[in-house]
Design a protein around this ligand. Structure first.
Ligand code: FE2
Length: 400
């Protein structure tokens, strides 16, 4: 990365332009630079620890007395209070926020069809536990495709926590940190017996627990036992590809789903009264899809504005048609020791029907919140010297 400056210009609209030696020019607003003065971690080591105000100034109030490049830093002397701020040039280049620089730092999410996913590599379980470069390769696949598959694990319930633990602390739920999905007999107290993970009927593609404000993040499904009869296959679908197709084919439905939150509920038994509202397609400030929340089984009773009811179901139907397209389906019957790892804020999962009389299907399941994964990912990148990867802007997920 270029770290040297040919010249700098002070612009009348309260910005400094840096002209880098490689020909790139970046602009930095006075107030953006001045904020670093208030940043307790990077700006002002001499700031008293009891300083109360760490917010930036009114942009229009800022004037610069002088500025210079000294020892690899932009040094700004501020008029009015004689404050001096120093800004490392490499840091400025890494954090340039003009549109091409910012867009260039966004992680490139790559979509896939079922056929493409069926050709994905199977990564080796023990290598990921022992070798940081192998772990990095696995994390990059999760970052870009939202899905990676691993094999060679011992087919034991708690093994799944060993790989998940490399990505961060496991999310704890009322099932504990690791749960076993297995066929269980119908229970009278449950309203939707056999419709959930413990049933055996076909499950349509869905993201998990959309009824939480922040649904589970990176999900791990480790095969423990594969039902010997027909069916019981795991299905994964790239929700990002479905959303992009919807945007291209039905822009009104896409726009509707990015704006209108829906009510998701879990009230399957007396212990659950969860309700959350969330958008089915979440976009970022550039209109790029960063998260999917979708489930036919936990889409609750809606309480939208009455004028929105018919457009809402029409838009959901249009999205469902994309999500359930046959060519999106990746299908694989998880064998003992095989693990699917996927981003529950992008990838939908499902299961084909099977006959529980022919034998059980057991899967160990756990998850790591996405911010924990992204935090450990950045640390791993830095440890291995992959600084461009560490600096990528990662999608925020299906929040809001
Ligand atoms: Fe599920």
């Amino acid at each position: 990365m270029c770290r040297s400056i040919n010249s700098l210009d002070i612009l009348p609209d309260r910005r400094i332009a840096l002209n880098w030696a490689d020909g790139q020019r970046n602009h930095y607003h006075f107030v953006w630079l001045r904020q670093q003065h208030f940043h307790p971690a990077i700006g002002r080591p001499d700031q008293p620890s009891d300083a109360a105000l760490r917010l930036p100034d009114d942009p229009a109030s800022l004037e610069i007395a002088s500025s210079a490049i000294e020892n690899g830093e932009l040094v700004v002397r501020w008029a009015g209070d004689d404050v001096v701020t120093r800004h490392d040039l490499a840091w400025l280049r890494r954090n340039a926020y003009d549109t091409p620089s910012r867009l260039g730092r966004k992680a490139r999410q790559q979509t896939w069809t079922g056929r493409e996913a069926a050709a994905f590599l199977w990564l080796d379980w023990s290598r990921l536990l022992e070798d940081d470069e192998a772990l990095f390769g696995f994390e990059v696949r999760l970052r870009d495709f939202g899905f990676a598959r691993v094999r060679g694990a011992p087919a034991a319930r708690d093994e799944v926590a060993r790989l998940a633990g490399r990505l961060g602390v496991l999310r704890n739920t009322d099932f504990g940190a690791v749960a076993t999905i297995e066929t269980r007999p119908p229970s009278k107290e449950e309203r939707y017996t056999n419709l959930g993970a413990g049933g055996w009927v076909r499950l349509a593609p869905h993201t998990d627990e959309g009824w939480r404000y922040a649904p589970p993040g990176i999900s791990f499904h480790l095969g423990l036992e594969s039902t010997p009869g027909e069916g019981g296959e795991s299905i994964l679908v790239d929700g990002l590809l479905a959303a992009r197709r919807l945007a291209a084919r039905d822009a009104d439905a896409f726009d509707f789903l990015t704006r209108q939150p829906f009510r998701f509920c879990a009230d399957r038994n007396p212990r659950e009264r969860y309700v959350a509202r969330g958008r089915m397609i979440v976009t970022d400030q550039d209109g790029e899809v960063v998260g999917i929340r979708f489930s036919d089984r936990t889409l609750g009773v809606q309480d939208l504005d009455e004028a929105m009811i018919e457009p809402a179901y029409k838009a959901i139907g249009a999205f469902a048609r994309e999500l359930y397209s046959a060519d999106l389906v990746y299908r694989h019957k998880l064998q003992p020791g095989e693990c699917h790892v996927f981003d529950n804020h992008r990838i939908l999962h499902a299961r084909t029907e099977f006959d529980p009389e022919s034998g059980p299907r057991r899967i160990a399941q756990c998850s790591v919140d996405r911010e924990e994964f992204h935090n450990s990912y950045r640390q791993l990148c830095e440890r291995l010297g992959h600084f461009d990867d560490a600096n990528l802007i990662l999608p925020n997920g299906a929040l809001g």
